[in-house]
Design a protein around this ligand. Sequence first.
Ligand code: FPP
Length: 242
Amino acid sequence: MFWSRKKKTKKANAADIGVLPRHLAIIMDGNGRWATRRGMPRTAGHKAGSENFVRTVDACDRLGIQCLTVYAFSTENWQRSDDEVQGILKIMHAYIIKYVPELMKKNIRLRILGDLSYFDEESRRALGDSEKKLENNTGLTLCIALSYGGRNEIKQALESLIREGRTEVTEEDISNRLYTAGLPDPDLVIRTGGEKRISNFLLWQSAYAEYYFSDVLWPDFDEDCLLEAASEFGRRKRRFGK
Ligand code: FPP
């Protein structure tokens, strides 16, 4: 009998990839199907998805990606059943709050992008406190899109310009009033779970982003999948319309 070698797990290594996206954005789709296929309730899929979220932040941090935005909960997701919405929010709340000390250790900055008026005051305060604690960190910027909708974000930016009495605006004026103000535009947007649409995600910011669609369901989208997406991005020629 031979000794067999332990399966190698690939650790993200920027040198293997080439050009890295400065800002990576991910539509984490497929939690529900992942659970249904296993005969489990959908919330079990969201829990597995949250565990993969933690692994992904870790991988992006090691890779040296500057900014990671994940689409955690859309404005449209509020229309799901009360049970599912409560389940998702409970899991996410636990993860985000529990994760803050680890983010601090890793020098990670946190930004929540979205229309938080849907949340009660206590939740808004807890999210704001977490952002505040991490705001002076200088490593990876982690953005969690929560109660986020791209059209609503653009509408709110325009409303703020109208309130200022502006009659002329530049593209920069609009960018500066989005939730992502001050961040680079996403270079690569990954969508897992097999659907090929952008679902109201970072509409303004993704004007020149590269898209990468994967059939893998989010809880199974591991580091090897991430590296494959990053390598493909590294091979693409970006022309920005020129
Ligand atoms: C998509 O799966 C995922 C969501 C609607 C949001 C939930 C995401 C997480 C819990 C992971 C992120 C966690 C944190 C802590 C930020 P789906 O339910 O639409 O899947 P389906 O298309 O298979 O039904």
